[in-house]
Design a protein. Structure first.
Length: 94
């Protein structure tokens, strides 16, 4: 199964590499679409359910951000401090 990372944050990508979830050079897209997630293992910090249901598998590495960090580009240290452990899901539409 092909893996794709959905993020526009370079520090998040570095964190995923550091924890061994992806390899350097993994496919990364800034925005999810039905075309780029369908049938793939999607790794992201969050994904709308209608798109998650199209993925074969979804792995989230959520970031629990305090208010002062929201809406800004995070350093690797900030990502590492706020990242939660990975969780994987299979989502289906009813």
């Amino acid at each position: 199964m092909k893996t794709i990372v959905v993020t526009r944050h370079p520090s998040y990508i570095r964190h995923l590499v550091n924890i061994g979830l992806i390899s350097p050079g993994a496919e990364v897209v800034a925005r999810a679409s039905p075309k780029n997630v369908r049938g793939k293992h999607v790794i992201t910090s969050g994904l709308p359910l209608h798109l998650a249901a199209l993925a074969a598998r979804l792995t989230t590495v959520p970031l629990f951000l305090p208010a002062e960090l929201r809406g800004k580009e995070l350093s690797l240290e900030e990502v590492e401090r706020t990242a939660q452990p990975p969780s994987s899901y299979v989502v289906s539409a009813a």
